[in-house]
Structures are given as C-alpha cells and as structure tokens.
Design a protein around this ligand. Structure first.
Ligand code: ATP
Ligand code: MG
Length: 245
C-alpha cells in the first residue's frame, strides 16, 4: 500500500475535496483504495451508508484495530475521522509504533491509502507522516509561502521515524487561468518553496470548480460527472500525472 497524505498547515486549501476525489478516482481506475479522514472535520461521512461509527481515534487510542474501523463504501473503503481526537500530551513514540503496526496489517489489502490531514495541527500531521510514503500539498495562492516553507521542513523532520517519507509535490488548486497569472505563481512557488526538498510542482493546476458543494449534495465525486467535462479533465490530468511518477 502506498500511503499518500494530502496536507497543508493552512486551512481551506482544498485538502478534503482533493483527498476524497483523488481516492475516488484511484478506486475507479481499479486500484484498491482506502480513504482515511485524518481531520474529523471533512464531513464527507455522507458517502458511507454503514452505521459503524468507529473512527481513527479508536485506533490511536488503542480501542480498536484499524481493520475494525474500515467501512466499505461505493467509492472507496473508508476510515472515519473524529473531531475530538486530541493528540497533544499523548505518548508520541508509543502512538507512532502503534500506527506503524496497525498500517502494517492492511499493507497487502490496498494499493493506495489516502489521508486527508487537518489544518493547524502539526502534531497530527507529523504523526501520519510516520506511516506515509509521501505528501502532496495543495496550495491556492503564493501569499503564505513562508508558512508552507516551515511546514515542509517540519514534516521532513519525520524522516527520522520513517526514512521513505517524501514531499511528492505541490498541487496548485483553484487556479483559474482567466483570473490568475499561473506562470507568476509557478515562479514564486519554485523560488520560495525549497525546490530541493520537494519532488515537483504538478504541471496540472486545478481550476475553480464544483468539487465539493454539488458533489456532497448529490453524493457524487467529480469523476462521476458527465457535465463538468473540463473540470473533471483537470482532475484526471492531475491523477494521471501523479501515476506517471
Ligand atoms: N478547485 C476548487 N474549486 C472550487 N472550490 C474549491 C476548490 N477547491 C476547494 N474548494 C472549496 O473550498 C472550500 C475549502 O475546501 P476544503 O474543505 O477541501 O479545504 P481544506 O483544505 O480541507 O479545508 P480545512 O483546512 O478547513 O480542512 C470548500 O468549500 C471547497 O468546496
Ligand atoms: Mg479539510
């Protein structure tokens, strides 16, 4: 299982919609995919019909195994998030070992694990880095580059617990060629964001779209829509670019 984190320490960058649509599209392409809500505020539980209320908190607090928390959904298998999963004050070393052991038990069941990370909670972001292969950082503009700069460094420190962990790339989200100078954005991101520490900036930029509000209403993901052809194509291009390596 390849574990991909979708994270940014800043809020509202599109982490949740990208993580869920990414997982749905990987699953549609035939990869066995597990979506984990590492945030608890993703509010995408409407995709699950199951009434299993177990969450990732039960795993972190050693109440359940990860297998017991997994639910089967139409678009992917899913582990619910918990809005009150506090991680400050926990025995970090113990939880890291526990998570690594639990993820080991599902390693062969899935091709991809996609984790939606919370904004503003570095401890949780770093915990999940200890079981992940890579991090993709959605960025909506270049105004907060110093925050992201620090976030990259702080996440990379977790290599001490998990050598393989890497920053896979920056994904420019909500960039509309009509309103933003995409080239300027690329230039700023390249100049400011430790290009030696991140593998790439995806050449696909996701446009202003209806990734969330409509899909949540209709319980569908972007890959299911016939009517958002251009927007869907953006997203498919990103996933293809990701899969091409
Ligand atoms: N490409 C896009 N086009 C239009 N709206 C978008 C796009 N990406 C995200 N949004 C919207 O922006 C809002 C924030 O997105 P989302 O909740 O995915 O961000 P987040 O980074 O997970 O936020 P949080 O930090 O609160 O968890 C949502 O209403 C979502 O629908
Ligand atoms: Mg979110």
């Amino acid at each position: 299982m390849r574990v991909v984190l979708i994270g940014n320490i800043l809020g509202g960058q599109g982490k949740s919609v990208i993580a869920h649509n990414f997982a749905a599209l990987l699953n549609k392409k035939g990869f066995r995919t597990l979506m984990i809500d590492g945030d608890g505020l993703a509010s995408l539980d409407c995709y699950i019909d199951d009434d299993n209320k177990s969450t990732i908190k039960d795993v972190i607090y050693e109440k359940k195994t990860i297998v017991e928390t997994i639910q089967r959904g139409e678009y992917f298998d899913y582990v619910r998030g918990s809005s009150n999963c506090r991680v400050d004050g926990i025995d970090t070393a113990k939880v890291i070992l526990l998570l690594q052991k639990q993820f080991e038990t599902i390693n062969l069941f899935y091709d991809y694990g996609v984790i939606d990370l919370p904004a503003g909670n570095l401890v949780k972001n770093r915990l999940f880095a200890t079981v992940a292969d890579e991090l993709i950082i959605p960025v909506t503009n270049y105004l907060h580059e110093s925050c992201i700069h620090d976030y990259i460094d702080e996440m990379l420190e977790m290599k001490q617990f998990n050598e393989k962990f890497a920053i896979r790339g920056i994904l420019l989200n909500r960039i509309d060629e009509r309103h933003n100078d995409v080239n300027l954005l690329y230039k700023r991101v390249y100049e400011k964001l430790n290009p030696d520490k991140i593998n790439r900036i995806f050449s696909t930029t996701l446009r202003e779209s209806y990734l969330m509000p409509y899909s949540i209403y209709e319980k569908k993901f972007i890959c299911e829509y016939e009517r958002y052809v251009g927007i869907r194509q953006d997203f498919e291009n990103f996933v293809d670019e990701y899969l091409a390596g």
